[in-house]
Design a protein around this ligand. Sequence first.
Ligand code: MN3
Length: 202
Amino acid sequence: MATYSLPDLSYDPSDLEPHLSARIVELHHGKHHASYVAGANAAVDKIEEAAAQERWGDLVGLERALAFNVGGHVLHSMYWKNLSPDGGGEPNGALRTAIDDTFDGFASFKGLLTQATVGVQGSGWSLLGYEPLAGRLVVQQLLTHQDNHVLGTVPLLAIDAWEHAYYLQYQNVRADYVSAIWNLINWDDVSRRYAAALNVSL
Ligand code: MN3
């Protein structure tokens, strides 16, 4: 039995228009995300096989494949929930207070996360996360799905900066995609993740 499975979207692909086209969402979820799910299951199986056959030299590549594919599955599973047809605007409550305290206001935070996303070199993601040791919010920039991650940080909001996330609609202008994505952010989902993250200790 497969360990990982592709989650359904909670909305129709066309529901994120005009900010994200239905075709992008269909391909991104049905092809790209699905490939990371398949890759994650394959990596789990191959590590079991390698261990059973004591092919230890295979572990370096297989562990890399595990981190890449499970990372992709985690990030995309979050991404779809972080977006909503009813999203946009600004957060409120405890998350808003933390953003204001940490980043000197929502506008400054939005600028930082925007630039972190636009500035990813090649394929990667930006994240708003909660770092439990300091007990503070942090903006991160991931390369591919896992490199550059601040270990232990609980991701709250993940923005995909791979070209497949926007190229069909925005071509090479990643900044226009990032500008549009702010209209879809599901702050209720991000706030729920923040409340849960506060209970994490390292
Ligand atoms: Mn993607």
